[in-house]
Design a protein around this ligand. Structure first.
Ligand code: TNX
Length: 490
């Protein structure tokens, strides 16, 4: 049972309407919906304590539960309809005559609708118990199907509670994929049955030499469910053949010539590689991918493939070919960092552009989709400016305006919207140690990137975005999120 119920509601009598009820189109909604049509009247709603049973329809029930958890103590006269054929993730909300009607064709659309509705309610002052909302209609659809955030839990480990808090923060802005970078030179973060040393040895370390950590399979599944309830698909990444020192230190048999290596807690890249000539390496990868696939309801498994400087190129090509097939055999689609496009791509393999637009073009020419994560725009571990207390700056300084003022469809020569699956903002964690650190680098920049991924390009305008962002930052801060005080918002 949900612990609250409404209500009286209806068209507000004209002599009762407060003078300052904002039109729907002036609310600081973010990401900005594709279309907002203001109506004429105003409706009012009051809420009372009571009980409510969520709908037995899973699509509607999940949306009700999400809204209840996001806006506790507030239930409204909502009509949910699943009839109309809308695009994937799309929705409509009609505010009229004291009723709020939501339409969507799928679960994502319903969740997206209540995420927008939560913002409408908050910025109409609904927390007070009685609320006036302008009539009108919001009709919305995502620009890209994939809007992602990546958390590097390998360089520094973040426990399940911390990751759940991150999920709550990002879900509100319609981010729908959480990519977890689960292994790197400095740590291995997921339990794999039959390979106890991965977590006994491989998980013990992290950057700085502080203790690392890992997720048991049960903890990981719980995290996947938690995210899914909030509209987010988790994508596990095992980075290979490079970035593998943690696995090699646990099982030297995976290393070239079986040579033993020590755990690594520095931040260099490009020195480790699996032995791509050994059958036992592929047996290992098959076991890992099989278990990850079983833990993953979503379609994707990320195989890494970046910065394999210690692997000969022809070995790399053979390796990537083999691992794509293993991923496919377990019913999943592979994603790889853009270097994988220098090998033969399997049909469907997603190429994640981070540094090499020319590789993304090769992917497109091979008929494969591109995921846009240009380091100069989307890397959340880049400093805002030279005064940022943490972060790197090898690719760029990225202030909020720089994260906002670009178009994925014109970033890379020859790549346009039809080639692009979506965008993702990675947070590498060499310098990120706590949830406060995550907040500092992620907010407010992720809101800029969330809008880049969602809102039609011709609807996006910097001054209007800043106005809405300021209001959202105030709300985030009220929820305890440690947002970076960007000078561009002053
Ligand atoms: C490059 S992006 C890397 C990571 C680092 C990151 C730091 C990518 C595919 N590889 O290993 O953490 O730079 O910004």
């Amino acid at each position: 049972l949900l612990p609250v119920l409404l209500l009286t509601c209806g068209p507000a009598p004209e002599d009762n309407i407060p003078p300052d009820v904002p039109q729907l189109s002036t609310l600081p909604l973010l990401p900005l919906p594709a279309e907002i049509t203001d109506g004429e009247g105003v409706s009012y709603y009051k809420t009372y304590a009571g009980d409510m049973t969520p709908s037995s329809d899973a699509t509607i029930g999940d949306a009700q539960r999400y809204l209840q958890q996001r806006m506790p103590g507030l239930i409204l006269p909502l009509q949910y309809r699943t009839s109309e054929r809308l695009a994937e993730g799309a929705y409509r909300i009609d505010f009229a005559d004291g009723e709020i009607e939501i339409q969507a064709s799928d679960r994502d659309g319903m969740l997206n609708a209540v995420k927008t509705l939560a913002q409408v309610l908050h910025f109409s002052g609904a927390d007070a118990g009685a609320v006036y909302i302008s009539e009108g209609e919001i009709s919305d659809t995502p620009r890209y199907a994939y809007r992602g955030f990546m958390l590097d839990v390998a360089r520094h480990f973040f426990n399940p509670e911390e990751v759940k808090q991150v999920v709550d923060r990002i879900a509100a802005y319609k981010i729908n994929h959480l990519h977890l970078h689960l292994s790197d030179d400095q740590g291995w973060r997921i339990e794999i049955k039959g390979y106890p040393r991965l977590t006994e040895v491989g998980a013990a370390t992290e950057v700085d030499g502080t203790p690392g950590g890992f997720y048991t399979q049960a903890e990981y599944s719980d995290l996947v469910d938690y995210a899914q309830q909030r509209g987010i698909t988790v994508i596990p990444e095992i980075d290979m053949p490079g970035h593998t020192n943690a696995a090699l230190s646990a099982y030297p048999i995976l290393n070239v010539d079986g040579e033993e290596v020590q755990p690594y807690t520095g931040t260099n890249v490009g020195f480790s590689t699996f032995d791509v000539d050994q059958d036992s390496v592929y047996v290992f990868i098959n076991d890992v991918v099989e278990q990850l696939a079983a833990l993953t309801p979503g379609p994707y498994i990320h195989l890494g493939g970046d910065e394999s400087d210690a692997t000969d190129h022809e070995d790399y090509v053979r390796f990537i070919d083999e691992v794509q097939q293993i991923v496919q055999q377990h019913g999943k689609t592979a994603i790889g960092w853009d270097e994988v496009a220098t090998s033969k791509l399997a049909p469907g393999t997603v190429v994640q552009l981070w540094a090499h637009p020319e590789y993304a073009l090769q992917a497109k020419e091979a008929g494969n989709p591109v995921l846009m994560s240009p380091a100069t725009r989307t890397y959340l571990d880049m400093q805002y400016d030279s005064t940022s207390r943490i972060g790197l700056h090898w690719a760029a300084y990225i202030e909020v305006d720089s994260a906002y003022l670009w178009d994925p469809a014109t970033l890379a020569p020859g790549i346009s919207d039809g080639d692009i699956l979506g965008i993702e903002a990675p947070l590498w964690s060499e310098t990120v140690r706590t949830l406060e650190d995550i907040d500092y680098l992620t907010f407010p920049r992720l809101l800029a990137l969330a809008e880049v991924g969602w809102t039609p390009q011709d609807r996006r305008e910097w001054e209007d975005f800043k106005r809405r962002l300021r209001a959202q930052v105030e709300w985030l801060e009220a929820q305890g999120v440690g947002v970076y005080a960007s000078r561009v918002l002053e």
